[in-house]
Design a protein around this ligand. Structure first.
Ligand SMILES: Nc1ncnc2c1ncn2[C@@H]1O[C@H](COP(=O)(O)OP(=O)(O)O)[C@@H](O)[C@H]1O
Ligand SMILES: [Mg+2]
Length: 241
């Protein structure tokens, strides 16, 4: 896949697995979804796995990883709900057609019911819940009991509920969201993420009592990497730290 022009970049389509991506990228996400399947055991009562995707700072690839992980899992036949819980900077709606649906904020503030916010089958097996504009009071909305009800309803219906969140190092939204989930995956980005910041973030997660599931190394480039601009994604476990 060649480097895309500015207009396409703004649409972020170049980083979607569905747009004829390089084999290595597809493979990386396949491995990532398999590893997540191993690290979060299937629940006996049939409820799906609920996984929060975050990182320490903006721009490390939380949204990119969330979107591609959702595409990869749903492509493997799992029923997936992808939820944009970055109420401060929603961006999942740029990747999928969510027109005609209300937003997560509409639901949390009681203005819409659950049926109204789920964009169904944006691709096979994949439903999404989007945002559009930044919300004025994100933390308050997430703490609302409607959020917990939503997660409870989603985990009954889907094999995977994947939740994109704001950076952990800046605001506490992600930890609040993660309390209702099976744990957090931390996205790190080569040339961007700093080890002391990652260590601090992992320790914050562990201190909060939320399960730390492992990390994704995004935009990885080996010495002789032929993947160019698109980089690679690697998945590791917390024991690697
Ligand atoms: N592996 C990658 N290779 C190239 N560009 C990437 C990669 N991962 C993310 N990006 C780009 O970096 C920017 C930030 O990514 P994004 O997923 O929005 O980060 P976050 O959600 O953590 O703020 C976006 O423009 C995205 O397209
Ligand atoms: Mg984001």
């Amino acid at each position: 896949m060649a480097r895309t022009n500015k207009a396409e970049n703004q649409n972020k389509k170049h980083l979607k697995l569905q747009d004829n991506p390089p084999f290595a990228l597809v493979e990386s996400f396949r491995n990532l979804s398999t590893n997540i399947g191993f690290s979060v055991p299937k629940k006996g009562d049939g409820r799906g796995r609920v996984i929060c995707i975050s990182s320490a700072i903006p721009g490390e690839g939380k949204t990119t990883v969330s979107v591609n992980l959702a595409i990869s899992c749903s492509g493997a036949g799992e029923r997936v709900a992808l939820v944009d819980c970055d109420l401060r900077k929603p961006s999942i709606h740029r990747f999928f057609n969510c027109e005609g649906t209300s937003t997560l904020v509409d639901y949390l503030s009681g203005e819409a019911n659950m049926e109204k916010i789920v964009a169904k089958q944006v691709s096979p097996n994949l439903d999404v819940i989007c945002g559009r504009k930044p919300a004025p009071n994100p933390l308050l909305l997430i703490k609302n009991e409607r959020f917990q009800s939503l997660i409870t309803a989603l985990e009954k219906e889907y094999d995977y509920v994947l939740i994109d969140t704001p950076p952990l190092g800046l605001v506490s939204d992600a930890l609040e969201v993660a309390k209702s989930t099976d744990g957090i995956i931390l996205v790190t980005r080569q040339m961007v993420s700093k080890t002391p910041v990652i260590r601090q973030t992992v320790s914050d997660i562990e201190f909060s009592g939320v399960d730390f599931l492992g990390f994704v190394l995004n935009d990885y480039r080996g010495k002789n990497d032929s993947n160019g601009y698109y980089g690679k994604y690697k998945y590791g476990y917390k024991s690697h730290y």
